[in-house]
Design a protein around this ligand. Structure first.
Ligand SMILES: Cc1cc2nc3c(=O)[nH]c(=O)nc-3n(C[C@H](O)[C@H](O)[C@H](O)COP(=O)(O)OP(=O)(O)OC[C@H]3O[C@@H](n4cnc5c(N)ncnc54)[C@H](O)[C@@H]3O)c2cc1C
Length: 536
C-alpha cells in the first residue's frame, strides 16, 4: 500500500477515535487517525467507565494501565447536602460492584487523564498511525482506478494532503464533519444549557470523611453539581442555566467565586479560577450510522446529557461492535451487509441510552419527586440492567424465539442470559491454570462455540472456519468445571451450545445437543446472519 493509502481513516482523536485505532491495530488493520487539535482534550468531561466498558478495554489489554489512574473505589458515591461542608449531608454508594455478574468493576478516571493514556496505548501498537494538528476538510467516495474507497483531504502541519482509505470511521464528535458530508441528519433536542466552572482549591481536608464522585449541593445561592476531577485540588462546578438566564450571567469572575464558595460552604475560601465555558446538553441520535463507506461512532452518532455518565461508554461500545465487523469486511471474510448490522444493533441502543440519560437529568433537576419517583431515582444508582443487560433485537445473530427476561427496573436490574443478541454472561472459571472470567476465553479474531459438557460432538465435525470450540463441564478438556452454573445461566442442556461473536455477543443458541445435520444447519444460519463467508 502506498504511503497515504489506508484500510481505515479515523477522523477524531477523542475516546471513540483512539479506541478505534487501538482495536484496528490489534487486528493488524492499517489505519490513520487525524485529529484537528494538537493534543488530546485538556478539559475534564467524562469520569465514569462502566463495568462493561472495562470488559471491552480488558479485551484490548489497556485496562491494567488505566486502573492506577483511577480514583479510589471509596469515591464511588453520591453526596447530597446544602454544601460540601454540610455536617448533615447524606452519602450513598453508586455503581456497586457485583463480581457475580462481571469480573470488572467500573472506574472513575477524568477524561483529560484517560485520553493521554489511550493515546499512549494507540501509539504503542502498529500499524495504526496518528496525526495530530490535522483536520479533515473534504471527503468523497471514489470508485476510480484504485480499488473502491474514499478520498479525503486533510490539512496538517505539512500542508494539505490527499489520503485514500477503504473505509472511514467518523469519530469526530457532536459537530461531525463526516456526518455532514454523509448527509446524515442528527435529529433531537437540546435539553439544558450549562456552564462549567473549573477551579482549583485545596479541599482535601474538607472532603476526607465524605469523598464522593458527585456532590449535589442545594442552598439559596446554588442548586448544582460539583463534579470531581481529582477529588482533592481540581474541581468542576456544573451549573444548569435557569429560564431567562444567559451565559453572560456567569461571565463575571466575582459571580463564579460566589457560586464556588457557596457550593463548598466556606466563605472566603481560597480559590483559583481555571476557566468557565458554556455547553449545551443535547439528546440526539443520527438518523443513519452508515452512508456507503462512511460510518459514525461515538458522539458523532449520538449525544446525551451527562447525567449517569453514559455517553463515552456508549461510544467505546460502538467501536467494539464496529471494529470486528470492519476487520472481517476488510479481510474479505464477510460481505458488506455485516456493516449494516452495526446500525441495526447500535442505533436502537443509542436511542435507549439517550432516553435514559434524559430521565436521569430530569430526576436530578426535578424540584420535588413523588415517593415512587424518588425510589426509582435511588434504584438508578446501579446501572447493571442498562450496561450489562442491554441487548440487540435484530442484527448479526439468530433469534431463538425466547423472550428477554422481564425485570422491574430495566435500568438497574440485570438477569444474565445466554439468549442471542445479549452479552454472553460472565462466569468464574479456571482457564489455562488461572481463575478468570469465561469472557476471557473468547477470542477477538474468531467466534467461540461454547459447548455444555465434556463431549464436543457433533459440533467439532461441523465447526465453521475461524471458530474455536470450548467445552465447559466436568471432565471437559477446555473448562473442566462449572457445568451446572454454565448450563443454567446459558439455558443449555448437555451437548447444547452457544456461538459467541468476537465482541462477546451471543450469535446462536442451540439448547439441546443436535444431530450432525442439525448442528451444521444451525451454524450455517449463524454464519449467514453474520454475513461471513463459508470459507473464512
Ligand atoms: C460535562 C460532561 C461530562 C460528561 N461525563 C461523562 C461521563 O461521566 N461518562 C461518559 O461516558 N460520558 C460523559 N460525557 C460525554 C463524553 O465526554 C463524550 O461522550 C465523549 O467525549 C465522546 O467521545 P468521542 O470520541 O465520540 O467524541 P469527542 O470526545 O468529541 O472527540 C471528537 C474529536 O474529533 C475531533 N474532530 C472534530 N472534527 C474534526 C475534523 N474535521 N478533523 C479532525 N478532527 C476532528 C475533535 O477535535 C475531537 O477531539 C460527558 C460530557 C460532558 C460535556
Amino acid at each position: 500500500m502506498a504511503e497515504d493509502e489506508f484500510d481505515v481513516l479515523i477522523v477524531g482523536g477523542g475516546p471513540a477515535g483512539l479506541c478505534s485505532s487501538i482495536a484496528l491495530s490489534r487486528r493488524g488493520v492499517r489505519s490513520l487517525l487525524v485529529e484537528k487539535h494538537a493534543g488530546t482534550a485538556p478539559l475534564p468531561k467524562a469520569l465514569h467507565l462502566s463495568s462493561r466498558t472495562m470488559e471491552v478495554l480488558h479485551g484490548w489489554e489497556v485496562d491494567d494501565m488505566l486502573r492506577p489512574l483511577a480514583l479510589p473505589l471509596g469515591d464511588h458515591a453520591l453526596f447530597a447536602g446544602s454544601s460540601l461542608a454540610d455536617p448533615d449531608h447524606v452519602r450513598h454508594p453508586i455503581w456497586p460492584d457485583n463480581p457475580d455478574v462481571s469480573r470488572q468493576r467500573s472506574v472513575l478516571i477524568s477524561q483529560e487523564i484517560l485520553e493521554p493514556a489511550l493515546l499512549a496505548a494507540a501509539e504503542k501498537i502498529r500499524p495504526g498511525e496518528l496525526r495530530f494538528s490535522t483536520r479533515l476538510t473534504d471527503l468523497r467516495e471514489d470508485d476510480g482506478p484504485w480499488e473502491p474507497g474514499v478520498v479525503a483531504r486533510v490539512e496538517g502541519p505539512d500542508g494539505t494532503r490527499t489520503v485514500r482509505a477503504k473505509w472511514v470511521i467518523g469519530a469526530d464528535g457532536a459537530d461531525s464533519t463526516v456526518r455532514r458530508v454523509a448527509g446524515i441528519d442528527f435529529p433531537g433536542k437540546d435539553v439544558h444549557r450549562s456552564v462549567n466552572i473549573l477551579f482549583r482549591a485545596d479541599l482535601r481536608t474538607l472532603v476526607s470523611d465524605r469523598r464522593s464522585a458527585f456532590y449535589h449541593v442545594h442552598n439559596d445561592i446554588v442548586h448544582t453539581l460539583l463534579a470531581v476531577v481529582d477529588n482533592e485540588w481540581f474541581w468542576r462546578l456544573h451549573v444548569v442555566l435557569g429560564d431567562g438566564e444567559t451565559y453572560a450571567d456567569y461571565a463575571d469572575e466575582r459571580r463564579q467565586l460566589e457560586l464556588v464558595r457557596a457550593a463548598v460552604g466556606v466563605p472566603g475560601l481560597e480559590v483559583e479560577l481555571h476557566s468557565c465555558y458554556p455547553w449545551t446538553g443535547s439528546a440526539r441520535v443520527a438518523s443513519r450510522y452508515r452512508s456507503g463507506r462512511l460510518l459514525l461512532a461515538g458522539d458523532a452518532a449520538h449525544v446525551n446529557p451527562p447525567s449517569g455518565g453514559l455517553g463515552m461508554n456508549a461510544g467505546i461500545q460502538d467501536v467494539h461492535n464496529l471494529v470486528w465487523k470492519l476487520v472481517a469486511v476488510v479481510r474479505g471474510q464477510a460481505d458488506e451487509g455485516l456493516l449494516d448490522t452495526y446500525e441495526q444493533e447500535r442505533r436502537p441502543t443509542a436511542v435507549r441510552t439517550v432516553a435514559e440519560a434524559v430521565r436521569n437529568h430530569e430526576y436530578e433537576e426535578a424540584p420535588a419527586l413523588t415517593e415512587r419517583d424518588r425510589r426509582r431515582k435511588h434504584a438508578r444508582r446501579r446501572q447493571d440492567g442498562l450496561v450489562l443487560g442491554h441487548h440487540y433485537t435484530e442484527g448479526a445473530f439468530v433469534p431463538d424465539g425466547s423472550a428477554a427476561p422481564e425485570v422491574a427496573e430495566p435500568y438497574s436490574d440485570f438477569v444474565p442470559v445466554g439468549r442471542p443478541g445479549h452479552r454472553a454472561p460472565h462466569l468464574w472459571v479456571t482457564w489455562q491454570g488461572r481463575r478468570t472470567s469465561l469472557l476471557d476465553v473468547f477470542a477477538e479474531d474468531r467466534c467461540t462455540l461454547l459447548v455444555a459438557g465434556p463431549r464436543s460432538d457433533p459440533w467439532a465435525d461441523v465447526l465453521p472456519p475461524a471458530t474455536q470450540l470450548i467445552t465447559v463441564g466436568i471432565g471437559a478438556a477446555a473448562v473442566p468445571e462449572q457445568e451446572a452454573e454454565f448450563r443454567e445461566i446459558y439455558g443449555l442442556s448437555p451437548g447444547g451450545a452457544v456461538l459467541v461473536r468476537p465482541d462477546g455477543i451471543v450469535a446462536l443458541r442451540m439448547r439441546h445437543r443436535p444431530d450432525t445435520t442439525g448442528a451444521r444447519a444451525s451454524l450455517a444460519d449463524a454464519v449467514e446472519a453474520m454475513h461471513l463467508s463459508e470459507t473464512g
